[in-house]
Design a protein around this ligand. Structure first.
Ligand SMILES: Cc1cc2nc3c(=O)[nH]c(=O)nc-3n(C[C@H](O)[C@H](O)[C@H](O)COP(=O)(O)OP(=O)(O)OC[C@H]3O[C@@H](n4cnc5c(N)ncnc54)[C@H](O)[C@@H]3O)c2cc1C
Ligand SMILES: NC(=O)c1ccc[n+]([C@@H]2O[C@H](COP(=O)([O-])OP(=O)(O)OC[C@H]3O[C@@H](n4cnc5c(N)ncnc54)[C@H](OP(=O)(O)O)[C@@H]3O)[C@@H](O)[C@H]2O)c1
Length: 582
């Protein structure tokens, strides 16, 4: 019985094939009953809506973008961010290896809500990008929400209370605890968990051995013998940087790569002044870089135009490699696979470094690691002081290694195993995992465009399709329908089938089940368009209040900019005499 003397136990209903949580069910009907009986407006609110709060895991670019949207678009402040690192910045805090930088122009690789007129050059390095992230967090008052050095080990959806229980571990004290929240956002990044490579004998090595994303700065590489295993973007940045001081650098590369020129101009003080005082100019530059990057993606699609552009780009890259690298390496470096199958590399001085007397490239993998060095696949032995694993990340295992348990008791990874790899509706929502949004999730990676753009687009989508309806009491629990998730996933994989990503090369897009769980199959702007207006028919929405349109109107009024308010008032004033005249 409730305060109004109404017996809610009489109500039974189901939600998909599950019973609606008792609390949600009764409160939902409380809301309906109260609204229908003209009782107090306030009483019609659901306790979940009243107590709406959120936990974001990850304080990288995606977590920062989410926090900004919640605070500044929705005026929603009841959220906490947890990150296992000792500060914010994600990729740009974890990757501090020598030479680490961005291969996308910084005016695009930045937040749309915080354009930076002070970028020192076209493609900036890690310290400048990290500083930009720190400045963004301070400028928009996000830091107070962030708890660092706290790892999320898992989460469980409690059907009865319609809350996420999030399991956390304070990495400094070792204390494990849990927090409850109505909404869970995963912003853990996909290129953040180093690939778990195991070479025989690894544990015996007497020198220093670390991954690029965990660079050990206590170890000096000056005048040392350094091995770099791998031939991806990270290795291409490490090799020329380390070669400047090391006695000898040997790179183990199992396969080739398409390399492209990477011009990188410093911005003059005049340009920075103009970016600051003519913001439209900076916006137009950003738009131009975005459209150019999107256009490049055409080369990856199985169309006649795509093929023509790809052959032209491959020829350019081939000529570039031949103009820079020593001839003895051409056969190893120039790939047999089509451009785009692996992420193309904009050369940060790597090909020049191959001509240095202290640099050697061995086109082989690793047979064994010994106490003193490496034995290559064909048996070549070398001794090293330092071994750098530039072996990449576990990209296709999203949210790894967290154990996330959904409404029916199955874990996210178990569910994904059953459907042959990670999948999510528009990269964001997974059935059986209500009130959970994943940022930079499955099949959201733009081929050539800014990952920040993808993260921001998803944060925006999560605001529109999850946070706004919960805040407006349109629902208490929102879950994507399995059919919607399956249909969009099938369509994506059908589109990806004949793209270069599925060609004959090893890349991190394809997971252990042979599916490409990483790439978005179109241009970055088409991802934005797909998420611009939520398709409500894709979701099961439970609970909430019938009066949600009033709450929506109230939110609009509260979050309107002063300029919009002025325009609205003027429009109403202008419309008033017309009404009288009619
Ligand atoms: C070296 C490098 C260079 C790159 N350069 C480019 C580029 O030029 N252009 C481009 O578009 N993209 C680039 N990327 C891709 C890059 O990952 C994205 O641009 C971007 O950082 C993604 O942001 P994110 O917030 O989703 O993930 P991340 O930046 O990876 O942040 C995720 C955060 O979540 C935290 N986290 C993860 N798991 C847990 C857990 N269980 N508990 C608590 N915290 C957790 C991590 O510590 C991290 O701080 C690069 C990646 C690397 C590694
Ligand atoms: N902006 C930038 O300039 C920049 C810089 C760094 C990283 N990134 C981003 O991060 C992503 C990951 O780049 P990454 O270079 O770190 O990783 P990556 O592209 O996945 O490359 C990993 C490399 O390690 C090799 N490798 C993996 N396992 C191995 C094993 N067991 N034995 C021998 N070699 C092994 C791979 O060889 P095979 O190819 O033969 O498998 C590959 O050459 C990039 O694609 C990009 O998105 C960007």
């Amino acid at each position: 019985m409730n305060r109004a003397g109404f017996d809610f136990r009489a109500f039974t209903s189901t939600y998909g094939d599950r019973a609606v949580p008792a609390a949600v069910n009764s409160e939902y009907h409380t809301a309906l009953y109260c609204a229908e009986n003209g009782l107090l407006f306030l009483y019609a609110m659901s306790p979940y809506a009243r107590g709406l709060d959120a936990i974001i895991i990850g304080a990288g670019p995606a977590g920062i973008a989410m926090a900004y949207r919640l605070k500044h678009d929705l005026h929603f402040h009841d959220f906490l961010i947890f990150d296992k690192l000792d500060g914010i910045g994600g990729t740009w805090r974890a990757n501090t290896y020598p030479g680490c930088g961005c291969d996308l122009k910084s005016h695009l690789y930045s937040f749309s809500f915080n354009p930076n007129p002070n970028w020192s050059k076209e493609l900036c390095e890690q310290p400048e990008i990290l500083q930009y992230m720190e400045d963004t967090v301070d400028k928009f008052d996000i830091r107070k929400h962030v708890h660092t050095s706290v790892e999320c080990t898992g989460a469980k959806w409690h059907v009865e209370t319609a809350k996420w229980e999030v399991f956390l571990k304070d990495l400094k004290s070792g204390v494990e605890y849990s927090r409850f929240a109505s909404v869970l956002v995963s912003a853990v990044g996909a290129i953040s968990f180093p690939r778990d490579v195991k070479f025989p004998g690894m544990e015996k090595f007497g020198g220093a051995l670390f991954h690029t994303a965990r660079w050990d700065h206590s170890v000096s590489y000056e005048n040392k013998r350094v091995a770099v295993i791998g031939n991806g973007c990270s290795a291409a940045q490490v090799v020329p940087a380390v070669a400047q001081k090391a006695a000898f650098v040997k790179q183990y590369a199992r396969s080739g790569q398409w390399f492209h020129e990477r011009p990188n101009r410093q911005y003059s003080e005049l340009e920075k002044f103009l970016f600051r005082w003519l913001p439209l100019w900076q916006r137009l530059l950003r738009l131009r870089i975005f459209l150019e990057a999107d256009e490049e993606t055409t080369a990856y699609f199985p169309t006649a135009r795509g093929l023509r552009i790809r052959i032209q780009k491959e020829n350019e890259a081939r000529r570039y490699i031949q103009s820079k690298a020593p001839q003895k390496y051409w056969g190893y470096i120039i790939p047999k696979f089509p451009l785009g199958c692996k992420r193309r590399i904009f050369d940060p001085g790597y090909l020049d470094a191959l001509s240095l007397p202290n640099v050697e490239l061995l086109p082989e993998g690793i047979r064994e690691i010994t106490e003193t060095g490496i034995v290559s696949a064909s048996g070549v032995r070398d001794d090293f002081d330092i071994i750098v694993l530039a072996t990449g990340f576990q990209v296709s295992e999203f949210l790894t290694p967290m154990h996330i348990v959904g409404a029916d008791g199955r874990s996210l990874h178990q569910q994904w195993r059953e459907c042959r790899g990670a999948q999510a509706y528009l990269g964001t929502y997974v059935h059986n995992f209500p009130n959970l949004a994943i940022l930079f999730g499955p099949n959201t990676f733009p081929a050539n465009n800014s990952a920040l753009f993808a993260c921001e687009t998803q944060a925006d989508y999560a605001v529109k399709s999850l946070f706004a309806p919960l805040l407006d009491r349109r629902a208490d629990v929102i879950e994507v329908k399995q059919t919607a998730e399956d249909c969009t996933t099938n369509a994506i994989h059908k589109q990806l089938r004949n793209t270069v990503f599925s060609a004959d090369c090893s890349n991190w897009y394809i997971g252990q089940f042979g599916r490409n769980a990483a790439s978005w199959p179109g241009m970055a702007r088409s991802f934005w368009a797909s998420t611009w207006i939520p398709d409500w028919s894709a979701f099961n929405m439970v609970g909430g209040s019938r009066l949600w349109p009033l709450y929506t109107a109230r939110r609009w009024l509260n979050t309107m900019t002063p300029l919009t308010k002025v325009v609205l008032v003027l429009s109403l004033v202008a419309a008033a005499p017309m009404d009288k005249a009619v």
